[in-house]
Design a protein around this ligand. Structure first.
Ligand code: F6P
Length: 543
């Protein structure tokens, strides 16, 4: 599929963008806006209830035209179509990439290896819904006959970050008499703190692992098993207090969880793209099946938008192309995600895996070096807190940090003037970043000359503003799918495999070997580099 796509540097639009960037870099957003005031409303797009203002980017109509040409010359459309139709575009793992099937309506059909996968998706959703209702209604009883009050999701990476983020984001919609906790770290503190005030009789563990082999998750799951049996004694209790979410039925059975209590998914769902699969069981228990379906509808509406809307008005394509623009032509190293919505406090952390595990790649699909920077570092915190911490660097530091501001017209918790203050800060920050404050303006305020350079804001710092009515399950679905497809767009331009993650392997292998050496009863013969061997010896002597 990549055969007919020229290497990045020889695509005509890439070359044209290089020249165009040279002419645009010296221009200031102040001047760009002055010569083209209509851009404030022209460079906006709307879809699925999201409004995007991307006018405060260092772009012109020509930039957009060239970026879209680049997308076309990179085969973005064809690659997206290959994904939506179940082609095995994750070539290094020979897998289809079908998170979009997780939110496809029952009426759709998507065929992989001769099988329509959509009915299976809905079967699992129905099974999840029935189980979620049992827990929510108190009908599912623990081994000693008490209803479940505490739900602990054990998982890591995609089997944790999505569930945590969604729980926090949608907490307002959650059933408040149920307690939800999430254990991910192999650091025993994570488990110990999660269970310290819970009783096993009322606690249900959701062991979430696509592979059901991940060291952290298996270790925590075994500790959970021991904690449960420590109080409930009988192994039959496990069936009432453990369910599994996995693609690996064999390993689930081996662990001792009845596969009747297993919620499955498929190898065509990547871990970081799985929060709307059975991995979202904790989300469904928290917010209920109806709200979960509304979350899926949000995802699906963005899928349809991405698949069918011309690139000029295509939100994920625009976001992805702007990220390529700054990464490759302005040497930007990072993207800041700044939600002005406290419930989205884990959204930046969620996006870190989605974006960086996907696009942190140095070779193309053909195995050749990518001769350009790929995935930028995503990071962020909710506003306004970040303003009192790291915004100083974004405003006056030496680095260019494109920002995505996310805000809502309506608060979920209206309280006096709070929401207007919050949103005033969104607009103020984006304005300050773009237009800054000149030395002349600072002097006009009577600032003493030695202080003038310190009080100047250079401006010309780009940002997007995303607005929606209110944070709902539907809106969250649209937001997550927006970034999924933005990541896809970036990966298509760089011709990389955004769906594998070989970079996590080496550390896992070495850790297993080092664990054996640490626990070895006799002095191990260490053949690591001198620093690592020395550290292992030190740890062995001090543990
Ligand atoms: O180590 C990386 C990774 O494979 C992620 O891609 C994945 O989300 C996470 O580990 C957890 O994997 P699993 O769901 O198989 O336990």
């Amino acid at each position: 599929m990549t055969d007919r796509i020229a290497p990045l540097a020889s695509r005509p639009a890439w070359k044209a963008l290089q020249q165009h960037a040279d002419t645009l870099r010296p221009q200031h957003l102040r001047d760009i806006f002055q010569t083209d005031p209509s851009r404030g409303s022209r460079f906006t797009a709307q879809a699925c209830g999201l409004f995007l203002d991307y006018s405060k980017n260092r772009i012109t109509d020509e930039t957009l035209k060239l970026l879209i040409e680049l997308a076309n010359q990179s085969g973005l459309r064809e690659r997206a179509e290959a994904m939506f139709t179940g082609k095995k575009i994750n070539t290094t793992e020979n897998r289809a990439v079908l998170h979009v099937a997780l939110r496809a309506p029952r009426s759709e059909s998507i065929v992989v290896d001769g099988e329509d996968v959509v009915p299976g998706v809905h079967q699992v959703l129905d099974k999840m819904a029935a189980f979620a209702e049992l827990i929510r209604s108190g009908a599912w009883l623990g081994y000693t006959g008490k209803p479940i009050r505490n739900i602990i999701n054990i998982g890591i990476g995609g089997s944790d970050l999505g569930p945590v983020m969604a729980y926090e984001a949608l907490r307002h919609y959650s059933q408040r008499d149920l307690n939800f906790r999430f254990v991910s770290n192999v650091d025993g503190t994570d488990f110990a703190e999660a269970v310290r005030d819970f009783h096993p009789e009322e606690t249900l563990f959701l062991v979430a692992s696509k592979t059901f082999t991940t060291l952290e998750t298996m270790t925590n799951a075994h500790s959970a098993r021991a904690w449960t049996l420590g109080r409930l004694k009988q192994t039959e209790a496990i069936a009432r207090h453990f369910v599994a979410i996995s693609t690996n039925a064999e390993a689930v059975a081996k662990f001792g969880i009845d596969t009747a209590n297993m919620f499955g998914f498929w190898d065509w769902v990547g871990g970081r793209y799985s929060m709307d699969s059975a991995i979202g069981l904790s989300t469904m228990i928290a917010i209920g099946p109806e709200n979960f379906r509304s979350l899926l509808e949000g995802f699906h509406s963005m899928d349809v938008h991405f698949r069918t809307t011309p690139l000029e008005k295509n939100l994920p394509a625009l976001l992805g192309l702007l990220t390529v623009w700054y990464t490759n032509f302005f040497n930007a190293q990072t993207v800041a995600i700044l939600p002005y919505e406290q419930y989205l406090k884990r959204f930046p952390a969620y996006l870190q895996q989605l974006t960086m595990e996907s696009n942190g790649k140095h070779v193309t699909l053909d195995g050749a070096e990518v001769l350009a920077d790929t995935g930028p570092i995503y990071w962020g915190e909710p506003g306004t807190n970040g303003q009192h911490s790291f915004y100083q660097l974004i405003h006056q530091g030496t680095r260019l940090i494109p920002c995505d501001f996310i805000g809502f017209y309506k608060s979920i918790n209206p309280l006096g003037r709070h929401h207007d203050m919050l949103m005033a800060n969104v607009f103020a920050q984006a304005e300050a970043l773009a237009f800054g404050k000149t030395a002349a303006e600072v002097r006009a305020e009577g600032v003493p000359e030695p202080l003038v350079p310190h009080k100047v804001f250079a401006g010309n710092r780009p940002s997007n503003i995303l607005l929606a009515e209110r944070l709902t399950p539907y809106t969250l679905g649209t937001l997550v799918a927006l970034y999924e497809h933005s990541v896809f767009t970036q990966g298509a331009i760089w011709s990389i495999d955004s769906f594998d993650q070989w970079g996590v392997e080496l550390g896992k292998v070495l850790a297993t070997r080092i664990l054996g050496e640490i626990e070895s009863p006799s002095e191990p013969s260490l053949t690591h580099d001198p620093s690592t061997s020395n550290l292992i010896r030190l740890y062995r002597s001090q543990r």
